[in-house]
Structures are given as C-alpha cells and as structure tokens.
Ligand binder design. Structure first.
Ligand code: NAD
Length: 368
C-alpha cells in the first residue's frame, strides 16, 4: 500500500504557527492509528516571493497537482502590500485554485456547544448547528466576460457578466448531492431565478441532476435573498446549501459568523476526481495570515486542525478519524481551554497556540 500524499504549504504570518499544530496531529495519526502520510512541504505567498520572486513556483504548482491533497496555512502580510498585483501573495493561492480547477468550495458552519454563547444570535438558534455551504468557485460573475470599465457616451460604465454553463452547474450540484448523502441527505439550492436568467438555468439544471442521479436526496430551491434571511432566522433548517460564486461568497461568510471566531473556520476546495478516484483538493482555514498577532503564539490553530479533519473525510475516506479529531476539539473547548480569540467578556487566561495543539493531541490520546 502506498501512503497517501500531502503537500503542506504553511505560507505567511500565523500560517506556519497553526500548521505546526496540525503536524502534531498528523504525527499522532501515524503513531497511534497507523495512518501515515507522505508529507512534503513547500512555499506559497510572500515567503515564496522572497525566495523565488513569485508567490508560487512552477515546481510547487507541479507538486500540488501530483499529491492527494494540499493543506495550506495562510498567505499575505503588510510587507507585501506594495508589490505588483501579479506577484502579490494571494496570486499564489488563486493560481492553485485555478490550475487545480477547484470548482467546489465547502464551508461548514458548525457550532460547538461550548461556544454557542459566542454567536451574535440567540444560543438556542445556533446550538448544535451543523450546515455546509457549497459555493461554486471557478465561474460566475467573478470570471464572466465581458468585464471591465468602459466609456459609454460621456460617462464610464462598470461591467461584470454572470455566466454559467450547464456543465458548470451540474458538477457543483453533484458535489452537493454527494455530500448530502454523507450527512443529512438534504440540499437547498439558492439563486435568483425570479430576476436572473442564469438563475433560471441554475434551478433547472440542479433539478435535472437531482431527478436523474440523486432522487433519494431531498431537494428544495430558495431565492438567495430569502436564503440570507433564513440563515439568520432559523439556520438549523438547512443541511447542505449549494449556490453560485457570488451568492456563495456572501452566504458562506454570513453563515460562518453564526458560529463565532474566524479562528474556528475550516474550508475545502475540491475539483474533479483524479485517476485514483480522489478529488483534487486544497484544505485551508478561512482566516488570513493575521499579521497583528503573528509570531506571538496567540493564533488559534483549530481552523487549520479542522481543515485537516476535512481532508481526512473528503480526500482519504477516513470519516471516523475525522470525527475523532472533531470530537477532540470539542472536548478541549468543553474543558474550557481557549486561545485569546475565544475569550468571552467574562475573561480568563488564554492558552498559547502550541498549548492548544498539545491539548487536542491529549484529547486524541484520551479517545483511544
Ligand atoms: P485575517 O483573517 O488575517 O485577520 C482578521 C482578524 O482575525 C485579525 O484581528 C486576526 O488577528 C484575527 N484572526 C485571524 N485568524 C485568527 C486565528 N487563527 N486566531 C486568532 N485570531 C485570528 O484577515 P486580514 O487582517 O484582513 O488580512 C491579513 C492578511 O491576510 C492580508 O495580507 C490578507 O490579504 C491575507 N488574507 C489571506 C487569506 C488566505 O490566505 N486565505 C485570507 C484572508 C486574508
């Protein structure tokens, strides 16, 4: 048996700090569960620019294409703010997403009981919340042509084009239905079919894919503006939400904040299956490089740890081990351990990034 391969791109700022804690979990999986990964590491973002003059070297891109999954920390920082647009740290990340054709972006919004007080919503609205937003990531209005700022008569006009092909809609719909089958078996598709032709096509194609391939999954449709309202009114009515790039950008940020800190939010971006059946995949925390706290041992590593849990589940079919890791995180929080970002108004003593990683590993030990 060949070990599954993992490319770690820790990046800039707190990226390497939170990734150090994930590496403890990866080592634990090898030592205690006999699940060994072939791990390689490389540079992305500002640190890659410092070394190579580009935020993503071609060799790194080639490695990312050849491994089973990529785990990324974060990129960027004030040092790179004035670089030319083409070599900004974020371009490295965008190149990865584009060349790996990662069209399906999974953003879970899960509320750990111990943190239910952190939400801006009432505790009973969010306690136990577990929803997944699937956002189309490689098409739609952020990519459609024509785009630009043009002159019309004596004034300027800004143009972006919302454009979706049937196959682009069908593949992200499939990804949502597949996910739903592993969860609560419900998909709600969101668009604006009432005012947008692309929304009409979206609704038709999602329905067709459902009827032909996933009739066992419960499907509903909702206008995205109502979806936004329902997300803050009664979020637990949803299981999987599938939506386009623009609406997904907004809805996933709103849903994420139902659960509290940025330091808790993982994500996965998946593409088409490779020859071995595993999808092209990039896992990363939602947060950035947090230059304001970088190098101080204050960063919360949980978002990155939970991103690795998503890798276990979606790339390596190790759902039980993913659940074990999620439960370890839940236990640490229930025990009252908190990094600084999770300190409530009542205060307390925060623990460091590495103490949080150690506590998660200890909780994993206790799970055996
Ligand atoms: P950010 O996510 O880095 O930070 C926003 C706030 O949240 C900061 O106060 C930060 O301290 C806090 N925070 C973020 N992650 C945390 C964690 N794990 N633990 C505790 N606190 C945490 O966003 P920003 O400040 O807007 O951007 C900083 C840099 O990161 C910029 O260069 C930006 O371009 C980049 N960025 C990168 C990504 C990415 O790599 N995917 C995403 C967003 C921003």
């Amino acid at each position: 048996m060949v070990n599954p391969s993992l490319l770690i791109l820790a990046g800039d700022g707190i990226g390497p700090e939170v990734m150090t804690e994930v590496k403890k979990v990866i080592a634990w999986m090898g030592d205690k569960r006999g699940i060994t990964f072939d791990v390689s590491e490389d540079l992305v973002g500002g640190c890659a620019y410092d070394q190579h003059g580009t935020p993503l070297h071609d060799d790194t891109m080639a490695k990312a294409q050849s491994v089973d999954a990529v785990l990324l920390g974060a990129v960027g920082g004030p040092k790179y703010d004035n670089l030319d647009f083409s070599v900004k740290p974020e371009r490295g990340l965008l190149r990865l997403r584009k060349e790996m054709d990662l069209f399906s972006n999974l953003r879970p919004a899960q509320c750990f009981d111990a943190l239910a007080d952190f939400s801006s919503l009432k505790k009973d609205v969010v306690a136990g919340l577990d929803i997944m937003i699937v956002r189309e990531l490689t098409s739609g209005v952020y990519f459609g042509e024509p785009r630009g700022i043009f002159t019309e008569g004596n004034e300027r006009v800004g143009i972006n084009t919302q454009r979706y092909t049937e196959s682009e809609i069908a593949r992200v719909a499939r990804s949502a239905f597949e996910l739903a089958r592993k969860r609560g078996n419900k998909v709600c598709s969101m668009e604006k079919a009432n005012v947008m032709e692309s929304g009409i096509l979206w609704r038709e194609v999602v329905q067709e894919v459902h009827d032909k391939e996933y009739p066992d999954v419960e499907l509903s449709h909702m206008y995205a503006d109502n979806g936004a309202m329902q997300l803050v009114r009664r979020p637990k009515q949803f299981d999987v939400i599938v939506t386009d790039n623009l609406f997904g950008d907004l809805l996933s940020d709103a849903a994420a904040m139902l659960t509290g800190s940025l330091g808790m939010l993982p994500s996965a971006s998946l593409g088409a299956p490779m020859a071995n059946g595993r999808p092209k995949a990039l896992y990363e925390p939602v947060h950035g490089s947090a230059p304001d706290i970088a190098g101080q041992g204050k960063a919360n590593p949980i978002a990155c740890v939970l991103s690795f849990a998503m890798a276990l589940r979606y790339s390596f079919d190790l759902g039980d081990e993913a659940a074990r890791l999620e439960q370890a995180v839940e236990k640490v929080l229930a025990d009252g351990l908190r990094t600084a970002d999770l300190m409530g108004p009542e205060g307390g003593t925060p623990i460091s990034t590495s103490a949080m990683g150690d506590a998660i590993v200890a909780a994993l030990d206790a799970s055996l």
